[in-house]
Design a protein around this ligand. Sequence first.
Ligand code: MHF
Ligand code: KIV
Ligand code: MG
Length: 276
Amino acid sequence: MKKTVATFKEAKINNEKLSMVTAYDYSMAKIVDEGGIDGILVGDSLGMVTLGYENTLAVTIDDMIHHTKAVSRGANNALVVADMPFLSYHISIEESIRNAGRLIKEGNAHAVKLEGGRDVIDKVEGIVKAQIPVMGHIGLTPQSINMFGGFKVQGKTIEQIQNLIDDAKCLEEAGVFAIVLECIPEKVSKIITESVSIPTIGIGAGKYCDGQILVINDMLGMYSDFTPKFVKQYKNLKEDINEAINNYIKDIKTGAFPEEKHSFNIDEQILDKLNK
Ligand SMILES: Nc1nc(=O)c2c([nH]1)NC[C@@H]1CN(c3ccc(C(=O)N[C@@H](CCC(=O)O)C(=O)O)cc3)CN21
Ligand SMILES: CC(C)C(=O)C(=O)O
Ligand SMILES: [Mg+2]
């Protein structure tokens, strides 16, 4: 069944949990889509996971469009959400709408996600008015790494918690269809989740969120630069890939690969003529 922003809103009303993962290319998008995932986020985490940057700040709108196009081709049922990268929605409302529009028109995403609350509310309103569904994202917003001084858990003081609740309510008011809550204490995301009527999607935000999201490389054990506490590793593909590569190398060295079934033939007569 095709997932839409309406599916997301209905899930909260019906008390059904939403499942999301990130994906950055066609093949992975197709696999997770066929697996029945509700939503795929083309996260700007691709800067770290697929491009090898230290953080997400260097990712460009063109990087995002390039990967979003690929993911959209592989996703038949899941809702495809594309992250707006750092500085693509900070300068003006006009520029924000233009960039969000490119992710939809060129990338074929169904919705965009941007980080922040009241500080970006005018941009959120502008994009929503342009008929582009927006997902909010508060808590540990990785594009604020230089303000936070690292990837650190947010929402631990009364003031921070009150700000998170107010941000969530303002985002709902501005028309977002869902909000990502990243790296905040479980009891705080419970309060936020109960304060809004749109679904909350948690990452490191505990069990009370209306849905969960993880970076695909983390949950499959394919990224080892760091492993946040909130990651549950469902597979260790790094180990499997290592084993496969070792066997492949061994087979090449010993001549066990390729076999006849992996090779192509020509007519013996042609070979005879060639030899004469
Ligand atoms: N592979 C990957 N997975 C992610 O979840 C992810 C990215 N990349 N890139 C963008 C952001 C960065 N994220 C991160 C990165 C590190 C921590 C981390 O190490 N957190 C500490 C908590 C530190 C504290 O106590 O304040 C941890 O131990 O989990 C958390 C989120 C989440 N996002
Ligand atoms: C971690 C998720 C929510 C994200 O924003 C990303 O992958 O970029
Ligand atoms: Mg992101």
